[in-house]
Design a protein around this ligand. Structure first.
Ligand code: NAP
Length: 499
């Protein structure tokens, strides 16, 4: 384990939901595991009027038995939009460094609404707080979403990079912090058996699903401006595509890995014009009964306008135009109010060239599949054909599977734990680089534009508790294959229709 240098972690948005539910608990875990530096403090920033004591009391309600972190928490009340307030912040940091004998290394974590992601770094710079020196480093972590389209993302990059170096900027994609996402790289590049098959000659298609069983809950107002394409596919799902499809990096270093991910994004075949309605299906959940329980439709959720046309489901067929993947379809889907919460990657291999044990003898007729389960029940499963005992050569599909939970020393840290620790150690491998974020937006932008401008592109309704609009099934089924369904539709009623 690399030694983490002493520093102060400054969290903007410290009174918010993310800080309470994710960031402080992740720090508390790191403390328990003795992974925080010997001299370390958190300085929470917000307009809310707390002092150190009352802030600790507020946070303690969310920590359960992990209260060891509380003495390390401090609070400084200020409006992050007020430029004059930053000299006060600089003084507070100086005092804290001196009192606690912490070297003047700072991480600024921006856990505020995204409209402040450009202005806070600019004001920090103006107050001299992002300037590095021999004896000090300064880093900035930016939460998602990083822009709402190509223009805003590239504008934000320009703003950040006008006062900071790329090495100082850490763009969060919390999927990359998940152990099992990182395991995609290890599975591919530490095993001699997969990589020779990992290309267009042996792989028929790849499926990536990230489903949620919950609806938008209290975040309807935020979600309605975003939608599934922006909220999940542009970032998390494309990052998974990047890891599945990238070439082996020459070394395991931040730049080497992120260079290869960028090349994948640059090779995505643009989906434009007529192709949008053929290759991208959008849907919105409608009221239904799931196991007898009534579920509200999206348009009845709090904060969602009555006639909203925001998609809560998106399925996409995409191609990567390079030598490894030419002609191999990648199918992505994500949505809310689906039957279960699961994220998995399924690599479908070609079926054997000559079917010796054909369908009539009970053969599955399908190729092998490798399922990489990101969450829950993290693990890897290989599907293959096995002889049914007894006379003849009947074949049945069998699973060779590994579950992380079966490891005796199994411990899967929360994504934020790993990401915070990496930033503390100056390792940005698991953070998105500016050019890759822009390339991902460049791919998604024409789809957003087509949806906005062409009202003939349908928005399909799907009942809560189903796997999205039926038409999304046809996108794969049309080619003799189906999505993998980790569980069946759960809706008792409901109609699929165009909204
Ligand atoms: N919550 C999650 O699970 C989650 C997950 C992934 C990403 N994120 C991202 O992380 C960021 C923070 O999320 P959150 O849910 O914690 O947000 P939040 O609760 O809405 O906001 C965080 C804090 O920001 C401050 N704030 C709000 N509006 C402000 C304004 N106009 N000017 C200055 N300060 C303002 C508030 O503190 P004061 O009133 O005390 O200033 C608030 O407590 C968001 O950008 C979100 O997209 C959140």
């Amino acid at each position: 384990m690399q030694k983490t240098e002493d520093h102060i972690l400054v969290i903007f948005g410290a009174s918010g939901d993310l800080t309470r539910r994710k960031l402080i608990p992740a720090l508390a875990e790191l403390l328990k595991l003795k992974m925080l530096p010997d001299r370390f403090a958190v300085l929470g920033i917000g307009r809310s009027k707390y002092d150190d004591g009352s802030y600790r009391v507020m946070i303690s309600k969310h920590l359960g038995d992990r209260s060891g972190i509380l003495p390390l928490l401090h609070y400084h009340s200020m409006d992050p939009e007020d430029g004059d307030a930053y000299s006060g912040l600089a003084d507070r940091l100086k005092r804290l460094s001196k009192e606690l004998q912490i070297a003047p290394n700072y991480i600024f974590y921006l856990a505020t609404p995204p409209l402040l992601y450009g202005s806070i770094p600019r004001l920090l710079f103006a107050a001299g707080l992002t300037k590095e020196g021999e004896d000090r480093w300064r880093r900035i972590i930016i939460e998602k979403p990083f822009g709402a389209d190509y223009l805003s993302a590239s504008g934000l990059n320009r703003t950040l990079l006008s006062t900071l170096s790329e090495q100082q900027v850490y763009r969060i994609d919390h999927y990359l912090g998940k152990e099992t996402v990182q395991n995609v790289l290890v599975t591919r590049f530490s095993n001699g058996i997969f990589e020779p098959l990992w290309n267009r000659n042996f792989i028929h298609h790849v499926e990536i699903t990230a489903s949620e069983s919950l609806g938008v809950g209290s975040r309807g107002g935020y979600y309605d401006h975003s939608g599934a394409l922006r909220d999940m596919l542009q970032n998390h799902l494309l990052q998974l595509v990047g890891l599945v499809a990238m070439e082996p990096p020459t070394v395991i270093s931040s730049d080497a890995i992120r260079n290869e991910v960028l090349k994948v994004f640059q090779s995505l075949r643009p989906i434009t014009g007529d192709q949008v309605s053929k290759q991208v299906i959008r849907g919105q959940y409608m009221a239904s009964h799931v196991r007898g329980e009534a579920m509200e439709g999206y348009r009845s959720e709090k904060g969602v306008p009555e006639g909203s046309r925001t998609e809560t489901f998106v399925a996409m067929k995409l191609f990567i135009d390079n030598w490894r993947w030419g002609g191999v379809p990648f199918y992505l889907r994500t949505g809310k109010r689906l039957p279960t919460r699961v994220t998995e990657i399924v690599v479908h291999f070609n079926s054997s060239p000559h079917s010796l044990f054909g369908q009539q003898e009970g053969g599955t007729g399908k190729g092998n599949a490798l399922v990489i389960r990101i969450q829950p029940d993290e693990g890897i499963l290989l599907k293959f054909g096995m002889k049914v005992q007894g006379a003849g050569f009947k074949v049945q599909e069998a699973n060779m599977d590994f579950h992380y939970k079966d490891l005796t020393d199994s411990y899967i840290p929360e994504a934020y734990q790993r990401l915070l620790l990496d930033c503390m150690q100056g390792d940005s491998t698991l953070y998105a680089r500016g050019d890759a974020v822009e390339a991902a937006w460049r791919f998604v932008d024409p789809i957003l534009k087509a949806w906005q401008e062409n009202h003939d592109i349908p928005l399909h309704g799907y009942p809560c508790g189903t796997w999205g609009p039926e038409i999304a099934d046809q996108m794969i089924e049309g080619e003799d294959h189906t999505w993998r369904y980790p569980c069946k539709n759960l809706a008792d009623d409901g109609l699929y229709c165009e909204l």
